[in-house]
Design a binder for this molecule. Structure first.
Ligand SMILES: Cc1cc2nc3c(=O)[nH]c(=O)nc-3n(C[C@H](O)[C@H](O)[C@H](O)COP(=O)(O)OP(=O)(O)OC[C@H]3O[C@@H](n4cnc5c(N)ncnc54)[C@H](O)[C@@H]3O)c2cc1C
Length: 374
């Protein structure tokens, strides 16, 4: 049992938000500690399509996803449950890279600039302008500022008594890599009864298939193979994909209790970034860019406050909350509306019929769930 510190900033969670935040702050000379519970590299349930929104920012941090083999993606196609197809060029475009490679690329960039420890944070307390962050190993780390980058759902949300964690969420996610024929430059979103499945290629030339569904849809089928056979395969595009695709993992990765409830960008003086501040519906393909963009919003404000002769905590909390809401609230709302329309049988039929008759609407809808280049 030890007590160490203080650091200027302690970041809980080393996913995309936590690692890019650590990189930006440590490059500017801030003493940063990241505490992450899992060693790198590791796979995660994720669609693995990243919007180009954050490409300039990643490049400014010295990160080049294409040098790591990411596939440039410029086209989007979407199908209804019965297989009617819509397609468009993506307004901003993006790239396909596995989380195994992407998080590890960032970790390699951060590890010589910031301190990184592999432990699970259990509790956070704040008194006399100082945080104490305790881990399961009974170690305590002190810091003047704490950033919460611990993802969509963590034990920590329970200990922080965050309101969204009290409610059960019906959503679950499944992800698997496959060897299959699939264009490099395409991201596809195929609907099925009770959910949707994204397909896109990653740096290793495999196709990532990742779907979101509800526990209620899933439970009648008992297991993933039966669910894919009985439900996903009713969409002819998914039927064709799964009939030829060869799984790369021994079994799919799954996560449950995915919550899309509203959260606060600052809670108990902790600056929340990425999914800890709010998760956009995955069909928007924008959660990773939002996580990286949110980290940038915090880092820029923290660094600017430091340069202006000292950080005023309350002011920083207000500035960050305002910036977060202005930047992300509208697209979260649009994402919620699109998801509920897509899963509603009549709304989906009318909406998709409308887009089919006026295909030029589709890029406008996509733009509403994405930001501009940062
Ligand atoms: C089914 C599905 C598909 C998706 N598809 C896409 C997509 O195609 N494109 C897209 O842009 N977004 C997609 N998203 C969203 C995207 O995955 C997230 O928005 C993104 O991962 C958020 O990054 P983050 O850094 O906030 O969180 P995470 O990447 O989840 O990182 C959080 C980190 O915190 C660590 N952690 C948690 N608790 C603790 C603790 N107590 N102590 C220490 N460490 C802790 C975790 O181990 C993890 O490393 C999808 C999401 C889902 C659910």
């Amino acid at each position: 049992m030890t007590t160490k510190g203080p650091w200027d900033v302690l970041i809980i969670g080393g996913g995309l938000a936590g690692l890019t935040c650590a990189l930006q702050l440590s490059k500017a000379g801030v003493q940063v500690l990241v505490i992450e519970k899992q060693p790198y590299p590791h796979h995660r349930v994720c669609g693995e399509y990243v919007s180009n929104e954050v490409l300039p920012h990643l490049n400014s941090l010295g990160i080049d996803p294409f040098a790591a083999g990411a596939k440039p993606i410029t086209r989007f196609e979407m199908s209804t449950k019965k297989g009617a197809l819509l397609s468009t060029e993506l307004p901003l475009g993006g790239f396909g890279i596995s989380r195994y490679a992407f998080d590890n690329l960032l970790y390699e960039a951060v590890k010589n600039k910031a301190d990184i420890l592999f432990e699970t944070v259990e509790s956070v307390t704040f008194s006399n302008e100082m945080f104490s962050v305790s881990t399961l190993n009974r170690n305590t780390y002190k810091a003047a500022y704490v950033v919460g980058a611990f993802g969509k759902r963590s034990q920590l949300d329970i200990s922080l008594k965050r309101s969204f964690i009290q409610q059960k969420s019906p959503w679950l996610g499944v992800k698997m890599h496959y060897q299959a024929e699939f264009p490099d430059d395409l991201v596809a979103l195929h609907n099925f009864e009770g959910g949707y499945c994204g397909l896109s290629k990653t740096e290793t030339d495999v196709v990532n298939a990742c779907y979101l569904t509800t526990y209620a849809s899933f439970k009648h089928h008992g297991n993933i193979a039966a669910f894919q056979q009985n439900v996903l395969a009713k969409n002819p595009h998914l039927a064709a994909f799964f009939s030829d695709a060869i799984p790369v993992f021994e079994k799919p990765l799954t996560i449950s209790q995915i919550s899309f409830e509203q959260k606060k960008p600052v809670a108990d003086h902790i600056f929340m970034i990425g999914d800890s501040a709010g998760l956009i519906h995955p069909l928007c393909g924008n959660g990773m860019a939002m996580a990286i963009h949110g980290a940038k919003l915090f880092s820029e404000r923290y660094l600017a406050a430091g340069q202006q002769g000292g950080i005023h905590r309350e002011q920083l909390e207000m500035d960050y909350t305002r910036a977060w809401k202005t930047t992300f609230e509208k697209r979260l709302r649009t994402g919620r509306r699109i998801q509920s329309a897509l899963l509603h049988p009549i709304a989906a039929k009318v909406g998709l019929g409308l887009v089919k008759s006026m295909p030029s609407i589709l890029p406008h809808i996509i733009k509403k769930t994405h930001g501009t280049l940062v």
